[in-house]
Design a binder for this molecule. Structure first.
Ligand code: ADP
Ligand code: ZN
Ligand code: ZN
Length: 723
């Protein structure tokens, strides 16, 4: 280390590069530079025969050390990407923490969270980009021709205001908004759970708190779960903060847009960053506030590669940078709920809970009606029951007559989940997965929703030649068709992933609903989120029971949130709120999930769930990790997991960590790959972390040895969302 700061010798520089965990590289690699480079500098370095982008990290003490190579064996840093401030220490700390917590290498984490384009540019290309930064920052000063180009690209960036715009007239705060904002002002840099019904004015609270941060010269990071929801919030934020530079960061942007917005954020030129989960890693020199809207949403957890939770990292980051973080939801995740529960009530007391139970104005939540299917008349033998019970159908009819709208929620797209031959029993299975292929009538295909395998529907049963193969069950496509039959003259619309594939299609369909051109809207959970429908006075969930009996311990929590969110689509306007209804068509009306929903009593639902979790030793009363393996055969996948468990059995016992048996995943084969998993549980987070980091090296070696046995890949999922 003595050579580090002398100028007559080359300097030893630690650089992290994108090396996946399975390459066995964990920390920084050593390179040579003829002058010192500050940590956080972006460089191009040779790695094997390739030239890759890396980030200068501090020396050996900062990340797990690789072997200390002698100086004369080191390769020099090839290029330095200059013109930008180095990535700040806070950024490196968040990356380092995330890597350690989610069991990935620092380099993989660091490079994964940088804009994709940044990883590919060499120093010359980079220099060109950096030059353009000036034009983005100050489009008015740029040359006319260039300015046009810069502006065309800069969709979300309002021009710097020459004169200050009129301050928009703000609504007077409600009492509960006032209370929440006072608590935020008094509490300072803490984590807050803003627990407020849909339409209670949470967004207004975010905006006011954002205003405070902006006024203090700080940057604000606002996160939403899905790209679909960014345009709405963006419009509202842009209206409120005209004259401020607002940029968005999500995977729907072109690589060039993403790099540009990221650069504006990192250089401090953007005031407000609106983004999906990946934005939690944006370097922000003046960060003053983080907001995580709909904090319970599963989209905050990355589901492949480095499986991080952006919500949890936001809380970590806020504490690290000493800024407040607001987690907002009408139905918080049970983890956040528990964290915001005072210790006196048996909670963790880590977050401050701010409650906003009332909807703005006279808006109340729609009345919940549980429709007991066991009392419905039985259909004639061999016939399917109708999609909607008679009473529900009548209620929809009334809405149509009054010129109001209804929303029918069915969380299954396609025409029918399976085709069936009644002669020989053939079913439309996927040859590559342990799943059925879904019948899509619109193009007469059978499609596997897991591997994508698609074929034309056979004319006759492939096994026995019977011409009469029939759809079983119902998806949104079929429901739309059936409703057109039973509600003649009504205008039926549909919103699901199939009809909104093309850019702009979702916006178009939503506009139709808003314009009143749809009487009955059929949709998957896509429509339950965030959209502000003014004329919907009836929401119906027609097949919500599956979640009651799912093996996944979070299924009930998710279903409750979805139904609450769906209910929130109805009665947004005070004049229609009084006769708005939420219908639940169920075989189990007495189930606690529905009974608590009847009163919109999230707190009661949560306390029942927490009791069950406590008894079962599940989060938030325990920490989980899932060791997952994929193999050519189920034996190969399970064999690796069992060997992995055996190799660590003693350590597990010493750490107080429980290793469960290896089992096939719920859908055990996808695209001809067999999948298995092994649950790891601990009463405490720290011992689990210690155990996992010890296990990594051993499992890595084991996997190398197991490669010939048919193991394809393996990974650890810390705090898995589904089990
Ligand atoms: P949430 O984010 O909790 O769903 P919003 O902030 O979107 O709620 O508020 C719901 C509606 O009420 C919006 O149309 C919003 O403009 C309006 N609103 C919010 N706060 C107030 C207020 N204090 N006075 C009047 N209207 C308000
Ligand atoms: Zn057949
Ligand atoms: Zn398949």
């Amino acid at each position: 280390m003595s050579d580090s700061f002398s100028s007559s010798h080359p300097h030893r520089i630690g650089v992290v590069v994108e090396a996946p965990q399975h390459s066995g590289l964990w920390g920084a690699l050593d390179y040579l530079s003829d002058h010192p480079l500050p940590p956080g500098t972006l460089v191009r370095v040779p790695l094997g025969r390739r030239m890759v982008t890396g980030v200068v990290w501090l020396g050996h003490d900062e990340v797990a050390p690789e072997p200390d190579w002698p100086l004369d064996q080191l390769k020099p840093v090839a290029e330095v990407l200059t013109g930008l401030p180095p990535l700040p220490a806070h950024w490196r700390q968040v990356v380092k923490f995330a890597a350690a917590y989610y069991q990935r290498s620092v380099g993989e984490m660091a490079l994964m969270v940088l804009p994709p384009e940044l990883r590919q540019l060499d120093a010359t290309q980079w220099a060109r980009r950096i030059k353009r930064l000036d034009q983005w920052v100050n489009p008015v000063a740029a040359k006319p021709k260039r300015r046009k180009a810069a502006m065309a690209e800069a969709v979300a960036v309002p021009q710097p205001a020459v004169t200050l715009p009129e301050a928009p007239s703000l609504p007077a705060l409600t009492a509960q908004q006032g209370d929440a904002l006072r608590a935020l002002a008094d509490g300072g840099a803490q984590a807050y759970l803003l627990w407020g019904s849909t339409g209670s004015g949470k967004t207004e609270v975010y905006l006011r708190q954002a205003q405070r941060a902006l006024d203090a010269g700080q940057q604000v990071l606002m996160m939403v779960p899905e790209i679909n929801l960014t345009p709405q919030l963006e419009a509202r934020v842009a209206e409120r903060f005209a004259g401020r530079r607002i940029v968005s960061l999500h995977s729907g942007l072109t690589p060039a847009q993403r790099l540009r917005n990221w650069l504006l954020a990192h250089t401090g030129h953007a005031d407000l960053i609106l983004g999906t989960r990946l934005s939690v890693f944006t370097p922000l020199p003046r960060l003053g506030l983080i907001v995580v809207d709909e904090e319970h949403d599963p989209s905050y957890k990355q589901q492949d590669g480095a499986r991080y939770s952006a919500r949890d990292l936001a809380v970590y980051r806020a504490r690290l940078e000493q800024v407040p973080v607001i987690l907002g939801s009408a139905t918080p995740s049970l983890e956040s709920w528990f964290n915001a529960m005072p210790a006196a009530e048996g909670g963790a007391g880590r977050y401050v809970r701010l409650a906003m139970p009332a909807r703005i104005g006279d808006g109340s939540m729609p009345r919940v009606r549980l429709l007991d299917l066991s009392r419905a008349p039985k259909p004639p033998r061999g016939q399917e029951p109708p999609p909607l019970d008679k009473a529900l159908l009548d209620a929809i009819q009334q809405r149509i007559e009054r010129g109001e709208q209804s929303l029918i929620l069915l969380n299954r797209r396609g025409y029918a989940p399976v085709l069936h031959c009644s002669d020989c029993g053939w079913k439309s299975g996927c040859p590559h997965c342990s799943a059925w292929r879904v019948f899509h009538k619109v193009d007469r295909t059978l499609r596997c929703h897991h591997c994508g395998f698609t074929e034309r529907v056979p004319r006759a049963c492939p096994d026995c030649g019977n011409q009469d193969i029939a759809p079983v069950g119902r998806g949104t496509e079929r429901l739309e068709e059936q409703l057109a039959e039973i509600l003649p003259g009504a205008r039926i619309g549909r919103i699901d992933a199939d009809v909104t594939k093309h850019k702009g299609a979702l916006e178009e369909r939503l506009a139709d609903v808003h314009a009143g051109e749809v009487d009955v809207l059929v949709g998957t959970q896509m429509v339950a989120k965030g959209h502000d429908f003014r004329r919907i006075t009836l929401v119906a969930a027609i097949n919500p029971d599956a979640a009651l009996f799912a093996s996944d311990f979070r299924a009930a929590e998710r279903q409750f949130a979805l139904l609450m969110q769906a209910a929130g689509r109805a009665g947004r306007d005070a004049e229609v709120a009084a006769h708005s209804e939420m219908w639940i068509q169920t075989w189990h009306p007495t189930h606690p999930l529905y009974q608590t929903l009847l009163r919109y009593d999230y707190a009661d639902f949560a306390s029942q769930q927490l009791k069950e979790r406590a008894m079962a030793g599940m989060p938030p009363y325990a920490s989980l990790a899932m060791l997952r393996a994929e193999g050519k055969t189920q034996e190969a996948a399970q064999g690796f997991l069992e060997a992995a468990a055996q190799a660590m059995q003693e350590r597990a016992q010493a750490c107080g960590v429980t290793l469960y048996p290896a089992v096939p995943t719920p859908i055990q084969r996808v695209a001809n790959v067999e999948r298995a998993q092994l649950m790891i549980e601990s009463a405490q987070r720290a011992p689990l972390q210690r155990f996992l980091s010890e296990a990594q090296a051993i499992w890595f070696e084991l996997a190398q040895k197991n490669r010939r046995s048919g193991l394809i890949r393996w990974a650890v999922d810390v705090d898995p969302l589904s089990i």
